[in-house]
Design a protein around this ligand. Structure first.
Ligand SMILES: Cc1ncc(COP(=O)(O)O)c(C=O)c1O
Length: 564
């Protein structure tokens, strides 16, 4: 201590606090080993933790709590009143009684650069870094690096020990990408609130154009879910009440719900066991032997006696079905192809017909996508889209989603309330530039899994034909003792899923369709053996390695048990 300082008697100084000159402290508490530079003022009801460095000329006002190990640069200013006024309503000078101090907290290990201003009622998270000259107007998450006025998140520091690669591995991490994009997403919300453009408008159109371009499609019509995308696509493509649409039984029920809700009847063909997608042989056999062709060339199902008008291939797990073959068959039999690409945003297919790689969304008559939050491109709520190269079909979907309107209050047909909120369109547009990189990381993790599991005798890995570049919405393996493996992984802190445990033809909801157990053996075998391993863009290589090791560890354990 020295004579140039003003340290009030009510200040609680810890052990070995180092003070420079011209310091003004009153009513505050300073922790052990903290160092305070020249011309710093710390006011009453404030506290500074242990081992902090408060650089010269900083102003720490009443109501600020600074935890341990915090660095405060030069000339940092804290504020404790959001609406400061000099005078009261009757014109007199305000006194302490007139204002209410709003608290600010700087969590342990955080650093605040020189010249920053920290507005009141904010919390700077643990280990966060506030850039010099920033103006912090809202809470800063732990480990975030923020800068600017207002301060925005630039990136996240790898927190010491946070990415605990030895800790539990979730099946999916939806939090991290949203925290990383928080500023852009909040900006979307702000733009919406300021224009009150909640339904339709430029945010919707901008995203439609961007997503059509991403898919190499001429048109995109966004709707409120993948289910409605499929339903509206089928209807706009001319599938009518009483028709049959052919699909697979190993998909999420939304595929067949959409067919039924369009008034049609789903009929199933089995899958190819190596790809889990529709079997071309079985589709050909269905069209050739389970349907008859009328003199007019139209196809009728022998099973139901109804006209067959559509094929709905599902690009399951993010890998496209063999589209050349499907389109050839559709062309031969006069059928429309409505693709369910709800799990396949960005998937690619090498068309031998066209001798080029083609994107999901650019091939069939219409292609349905889901933006359910867990999808490769997910909204912060529900959403879907139909892409097509047919302008009339796109207009049909737009009409159906909007009460059958061609223009306001002119209804050509009875439609639906199936629009996508503009806020969701804005969120999706903010995320879209990241999709290619997210998909690339999924592919990397999948190829690591492939390599590590390739030698296994018990595990069957998913096959990617040379004409496919899948986007691994899910990474699915097969094993005889699925339940045992899942239990083993659970005990190792690894979450898994099953997509899907009961084929659609065996669901109670479809008992009325009259299918029997054993009718789709490839699907039924798969349903009994599949396990989905953790797969998301933030999964690290080390985590994927741990998952693969745990899978192989189960095999070794059960192998030993069998040998005993
Ligand atoms: C294969 C498949 N089809 C359709 C859908 C339906 O999409 P949504 O949930 O957006 O209605 C999903 C989504 O879960 C899906 O995975």
């Amino acid at each position: 201590m020295n004579s140039f300082n003003s340290i009030a008697p009510d200040v609680k100084l810890g052990e070995n606090v180092r003070l420079s000159k011209f310091i003004n402290l009153y009513g505050c508490e300073i922790g052990d080993e903290t160092k305070i530079g020249a011309f710093v003022e710390i006011q009453k009801n404030s506290s500074v933790g242990k081992r902090c460095k408060i650089s010269s000329h900083s102003f720490i006002c009443e109501g600020v709590t600074i935890e341990d190990n915090v660095f405060i640069g030069h000339g940092v200013t804290f504020v404790n009143d959001s609406y400061p006024r000099a005078t009261t309503a009757d014109g007199g000078l305000q006194t302490e009684a007139d204002w209410k101090v709003e608290r600010t907290v700087v969590k342990k290990g955080a650093s605040i650069g020189s010249g920053a201003t920290i507005l009141s009622n904010t919390t700077i998270g643990e280990n966060a870094l506030v850039g010099a000259g920033s103006v912090v107007t809202k809470d800063v998450p732990a480990n975030a690096v923020v800068a600017g006025n207002p301060a925005r998140i630039k990136r996240f520091l790898e927190p010491e020990g946070k990415k605990d690669e030895n800790g539990p591995i979730p099946f999916l991490d939806l939090v991290t990408p949203h925290v990383e994009l928080e500023d852009e997403l909040v900006e979307v919300l702000r733009r919406s609130l300021r224009t009150a453009g909640f339904v339709g408008g430029s945010m919707v159109e901008e995203f439609e154009n961007a997503f059509a371009a991403f898919c190499d499609a001429a048109h995109c019509s966004v709707v409120n879910s993948g289910t409605d995308a499929l339903r509206f696509a089928l209807m706009a493509a001319g599938v009518k009440a009483g028709d049959v649409a052919v699909t697979v039984p190993n998909t999420f029920i939304a595929t067949t719900e959409a067919i039924s809700q369009a008034g049609a009847l789903p009929e199933f063909v089995d899958i190819d066991e190596t790809t889990s997608n529709i079997s071309i042989e079985k589709l050909t056999a269905y069209l050739e032997t389970q349907c008859k062709r009328g003199a007019d060339g139209k196809l009728t199902s022998l099973r139901s006696g109804r006209p067959v008008t559509a094929i709905v291939p599902v690009h399951l797990y993010g890998q496209m079905a063999d589209m050349d073959a499907i389109l050839r068959l559709a062309n031969k039999y006069g059928l429309v192809v409505i693709e369910d690409a709800c799990q396949a945003h960005g998937a690619e297919y090498f068309s031998r017909e066209q001798n080029r790689w083609m994107k999901a969304g650019s091939m069939g008559h219409a292609v349905a996508f889901s933006f359910y939050p867990g999808k490769n491109l997910g909204a912060c709520g529900e959403g879907g889209a139909v892409t097509t190269n047919d302008a009339k079909l796109a207009a049909g979907v737009k009409m159906l989603r909007d009460h059958g309107q061609v223009k306001k209050y002119y209804h050509d047909v009875e439609g639906y309330n199936g629009r996508l909120d503009s806020i969701q369109a804005g969120f999706l547009h903010a995320k879209l530039p990241h999709l290619a990189a997210w998909n690339a990381t999924r592919r990397e993790r999948a190829s690591e899994y492939d390599k590590l599991l390739a030698g296994s005798a018990e595990i069957r890995i998913h096959h990617e034909p040379e004409w496919s570049r899948g986007v691994y919405h899910l990474y699915v393996i097969r094993t005889a003792d699925r339940e045992g493996l899942m239990e083993h992984l659970k005990a190792a802190g690894i979450s898994t899923g099953i997509h899907y445990p009961i084929p659609l033809h065996l669901q109670n909801a479809y008992a009325g369709l009259g299918y029997k157990k054993g009718e789709f053996p490839a699907t039924e075998r798969a349903a009994a053996e599949i396990v989905s391993l953790p797969m998301f863009p933030q999964l690290t290589a080390k985590q994927a390695e741990r998952v693969a090791e745990a899978v192989l560890g189960f095999e070794a354990k059960t192998g030993q048990a069998a040998r005993k």
